[in-house]
Design a protein around this ligand. Structure first.
Ligand code: 6PG
Length: 247
């Protein structure tokens, strides 16, 4: 599966490109299946995109009643904490669009028992997708970011969650952050219909080159574990993040 690359001239243009693709996929999914189920990423890069979706034309064009929002990962903090991916999305998007509260599927990451939080979210995903025991959720779209050391969602280098083949959601300890994280696992990422990496900035140029060109070693370069089995993988980059790619 060869990933598609789309390079935008600037971070605002990148956000616009991602918003257009979000809206197009949403309309197609709602047309075909009656709803659009998307998993958002955290970090700073998606904020502009979410802000665009909260404004015309997207705010008015999207049929929010049929849009379901989930997350690919979360920090183990309360939902009103400044570090919360849920809070970021609520402030940038969810508070500004007519999406039913029941369509927002937040990770219960504030639970001090991280394993229970992960199991609860796996149960949430099974209910949302009406899954049989061993089936995988098939998101219409998953947004992913990229850390400078190659992590994506909260799958960090050397993480046991990278080798997870059974569980939908894991609660790995992240040494680098001295904290746990809640994250969907590679089987969930690779069952999606479409995955968009959203990556901007010169500080990401080395890792983008390595993920796309270095030998396959997902344990050290976790973003390399993302290869949808029956879906599209699209890298949405700005010129600065794409600067070191072989052309
Ligand atoms: C998180 C993310 C994480 C993020 C990358 C990139 O919760 O932190 O989901 O995987 O996407 O760290 O973050 P930036 O967009 O801030 O560079």
């Amino acid at each position: 599966m060869t990933p598609e690359l789309h390079i935008s001239p600037s971070p605002p243009a990148l956000a616009e490109e991602a918003a257009q693709r979000f809206a197009t996929l949403a309309s197609a999914a709602i047309e075909a299946r009656g709803r659009f189920v998307v998993a958002l990423s955290g970090g700073s890069t998606p904020k502009v995109l979410l802000g665009l979706l909260a404004q015309p034309p997207y705010r008015d064009a999207l049929a929010w009643d049929f849009v379901h929002i989930a997350w690919g990962d979360e920090r183990c903090v309360p939902p009103d904490d400044a570090q919360s991916n849920y809070r970021m999305a609520r402030e940038a998007l969810l508070a500004h669009v007519p999406i039913p509260a029941l369509n927002i599927h937040r990770m219960p990451a504030e639970n001090p028992n991280h394993e229970i939080a992960a199991a609860e979210y796996a149960a949430t995903l099974r209910a949302l997708f009406g899954l049989a025991a061993s089936a995988l959720p098939r998101f219409d779209l998953i947004h992913l970011g990229l850390g400078t050391e190659g992590h994506t969602a909260s799958l960090f280098p050397g993480s046991p969650a990278l080798r997870e083949r059974e569980r939908l959601v894991a609660a790995p300890w992240v040494e680098k952050l001295n904290a746990h994280r809640i994250t969907v696992t590679p089987p969930v990422l690779n069952a999606a219909r479409e995955v968009h990496f959203l990556v901007a900035g010169a500080e990401k140029a080395d890792i983008v080159r390595d993920i796309l060109h270095a030998p396959h070693n997902p344990d050290e370069l976790p973003a390399q574990s993302v290869a949808p089995i029956d879906g599209r993988l699209v890298w949405l980059l700005d010129t600065a993040a794409a600067a070191k790619l072989e052309r």
